[in-house]
Design a protein around this ligand. Structure first.
Ligand SMILES: C[S@@+](CC[C@H](N)C(=O)[O-])C[C@H]1O[C@@H](n2cnc3c(N)ncnc32)[C@H](O)[C@@H]1O
Length: 226
């Protein structure tokens, strides 16, 4: 079983439009760094796994990359395809999708690696990447532990704590970067090239915060329903 440290992935699909509205984009510094590292530029052939509605896909298309996106949620995949018709979209899981050998320069996993069965997915990515190809994995973690605690943040922490305590979702926490690096390199299919954490700020409206958490709240309630 894959390790699970978040809500059931089917819920983001069931609430695709709400999810899409609430999900924040990634900061420009991330895209700048991928460019500086020489892993993403015009013409890069990218396979993105767990692409959702395309928060990471769009900037890669804008950078001139050719993107193949894999997303199991049909509603999310449809949103992505509508927005970026030039992307090749596979509706399916990272575990089940068939990818050609040595076809991509870069594999991207944005806030989705916690869902994957890594012993299945890592060898597959190794095969589908060219020699010298890269796997870039990143994740948004909400709440800077160094920032002052406000009533709002306290309430969000309570909600997040309830969510991560759900049974069957063991695995490193979202800020436990060292453990994720160990997991991603343990099989020997990949070695670490670069690890970095970015602290950044985004202002969300009340409606966006509600959208961001709505699928989580629905997920909690259905877990106990008969
Ligand atoms: C938090 S969302 C991130 C979406 C997008 N990459 C982003 O950065 O906003 C996680 C995504 O992973 C997808 N997912 C869950 N399990 C998956 C699996 N086994 N294979 C591929 N994608 C999966 C979910 O459907 C969801 O769209």
């Amino acid at each position: 079983m894959p390790d699970r440290t978040g809500p059931d992935p089917r819920h983001s699909n069931a609430h695709a439009a709400v999810y899409d509205r609430g999900r924040p984009p990634y900061p420009q510094v991330l895209w700048d760094r991928l460019g500086e590292l020489g892993v993403l530029s015009a013409g890069t052939r990218v396979v993105e796994l767990g692409a959702g509605s395309g928060q990471a896909t769009g900037p890669m298309v804008s950078a001139g990359a050719t993107v193949t996106a894999v997303e199991p949620g049909p509603a999310l995949a449809a949103l992505l395809q509508e927005r970026w018709p030039e992307v090749t979209v596979h509706v399916g899981t990272a575990e089940a999708v068939e990818l050609p050998d040595a076809a991509f320069d870069l594999a991207v996993v944005a806030t989705a690696v916690h869902w994957f069965d890594l012993p299945v997915v890592l060898p597959k990515l190794h095969r589908t990447l060219v020699l010298g190809g890269h796997l870039a994995v990143w994740r948004t973690a909400f709440g800077n532990p160094a920032a002052p605690v406000t009533a709002f943040r306290e309430r969000v922490s309570q909600i997040v704590a309830r969510r991560t305590q759900a049974p069957g979702r063991a695995g490193p926490g979202e800020t436990d970067t060292a453990s994720w690096v160990r997991r991603l390199t343990a099989s020997g299919h990949f070695v670490t090239a670069h690890v970095e954490e970015f602290a950044w700020t985004i202002e969300l409206t009340t409606a966006q915060v509600r959208d961001l958490f709505t699928p989580l709240i629905v997920m909690r309630r259905s877990a106990g329903a008969r």
